[in-house]
Design a protein around this ligand. Structure first.
Ligand code: 5AD
Ligand code: SF4
Length: 460
């Protein structure tokens, strides 16, 4: 079938067009991908899991580290071949690059990879449908405007059907952008300054999610705990107050939020951890380094001791809270002593889960021009050291749950028949056999075994 024969007169779609969306990077991108799918469905696109079959491919990209950005170009290279094969068979395939690489590199992407038809930044997703339509008529479209139009207002709300298809857990963006300017990070440049979404919009979206069967909502933001807004009582709310409000929505049993900055962990949020049963006892609170010298050079605006005292306060409020974090090794100027300080901090906190990275020099960030870039081999060694400690802590945490009864939100069928898979309060996947429980229910289970990335359980 040719591309032309797929178009009915008047621009209506004769056959449904298919879009394949590949998401890289953070949960914010996962959320944005579902929103782009919703925006495109208005123009007649349905999602497909097979990229070969797609009329439109969207790569929702990540720019946080060099490797992440480079992956996109190799993927475009592979897609170019498929696009050419399709074109030879008379099928038009459109390639769109979205996300932070699109925002950061703009026109450069089309120059470097001419098979790309659309480049669209995160602030312009409400225009993706028309951008694709223009591209399908032969135009190269680059939309990386930074006019802070309210993207939140313009994107269509998730359709009930879309939500159903996506299951019992959902992301909900409450905040975007970052004003912290850590010296290693591109986010303030790619995602812009901090913007909080209004309470009424967030509540309406959470109610819609709950109405479609969602039981667990994860609030998202690059700096989610910097969220603030005017409550219906006329007072300024922080994330803590927002969580209390969302917990009142019937059907919503679990709440989470990610990603937080230590500076924005205020009393209201800590009180929510103490008093709100719906708020899961798991906190991703990146520290990046345990050395005050490095933290200062990173412009983190807190010391290692500030962080440790904060973790103590949070644990005091909610004793079973599990900590998660992000770490960077090899920031410019990091000495062996600085790295040891990171290892010390990790030992003191005891993480249930963590991400760790080698420093990646990002052009345009202040860190890129600092002296004392650390040798690659030294970075590799430090990363290995740190990761083996973090992996040990993670498996100790999981092993500590064996024999305990915990509550589990059942999410989906497991690999083997009769199995179901759910999540623990601490975000671990748990496999359970022989249960009467159904997807969406929260049941008590007893943990019988801990494997490296999941737990096994029986009904309690
Ligand atoms: N190099 C390495 N890691 C980085 N991160 C952000 N920027 C960089 C960089 N330039 C890590 C931080 C952050 C996480 C999302 O990615 O640890 O918390
Ligand atoms: Fe990047 Fe720092 Fe902002 Fe996090 S707080 S997004 S690491 S600049």
């Amino acid at each position: 079938m040719t591309a032309a024969s797929r178009e009915a007169p008047g621009g209506k779609t004769a056959a449904q067009r298919k879009v394949f969306i590949k998401t890289y990077g953070c949960q914010m991108n996962v959320y944005d991908s579902t929103r782009m799918a919703d925006a495109l469905s208005a123009g007649g696109f349905v999602e497909t899991a097979d990229h070969r079959d797609a009329d439109l491919i969207v790569l929702n990209t990540c720019h946080i580290r060099e490797k992440a950005a480079e992956k996109v170009y190799s993927e475009i290279g592979r897609l170019r071949l498929i696009k050419e094969q399709n074109a030879a068979a008379g099928r038009q395939m459109t390639i769109a690059v979205a996300g932070c690489v699109a925002q950061a590199e703009g026109e450069e992407i089309v120059r470097r990879a001419p098979s790309v038809d659309v480049v669209i930044g995160p602030q312009s997703y409400h225009r993706i449908d028309s951008a694709v339509a223009r591209a399908r008529k032969g135009e190269k479209v680059v939309e990386t405007d930074y006019a802070v139009e309210d993207k939140f207002d313009k994107l269509p709300q998730s359709s009930r059907q879309g939500i159903r298809a996506r299951g019992v857990t959902a992301f909900l963006t409450v905040q975007e952008g970052c004003d912290k300017f850590c010296t290693f990070c591109v986010v303030p440049y790619t995602r812009g300054s901090e913007v909080s979404r209004p309470v009424s919009q967030i509540v309406a979206e959470a109610e819609r999610l709950a109405g479609a069967g969602v039981r667990e909502v994860t609030l998202l933001g690059q700096n989610v705990n910097a969220w603030h807004g005017e409550g219906p009582d006329g007072r300024e709310w922080g994330l803590g107050e927002l969580l209390f409000r969302l917990a009142k929505i019937s059907g919503i049993a679990r709440l989470r939020y990610v990603t937080s900055h230590p500076r924005d962990m205020d009393d209201g949020l800590i009180a929510a951890h103490r008093d709100l049963a719906e708020l899961m006892p798991y906190l991703h609170l990146p520290v990046q380094s345990g050395s005050d010298r490095v933290l200062k050079a990173m412009n983190r605006r807190h010391t290692a001791d500030d962080y440790l005292r904060l973790v103590d306060r949070i644990r005091h409020a909610r004793s079973d809270i599990a900590m998660s974090g992000d770490f960077i090794v090899g920031f410019p100027g990091e000495s062996d002593d600085d790295f040891d300080a990171t290892m010390d901090l990790v030992r003191q906190v005891g993480y249930a889960q963590a991400y760790s990275f080698k420093y990646s020099r990002r052009p345009g960030t202040p860190g890129a021009s600092l002296d004392g870039q650390v040798d690659e081999n030294v970075m590799n060694e430090r990363l290995q050291h740190l990761q083996s400690l973090l992996v040990r802590q993670q498996s100790d945490f999981s092993a500590g749950l064996v024999g305990r009864t915990i509550d589990l939100l059942i999410e989906k069928p497991g690999r083997n028949s009769g199995q179901l898979v759910g999540r623990s309060p601490w975000l671990q996947p748990v496999v359970i056999a022989e249960t009467d429980g159904a997807i969406g229910e929260i049941i008590d289970v007893q943990i019988t075994r801990a494997a490296s990335n999941s737990l096994f359980a029986v009904p309690a």
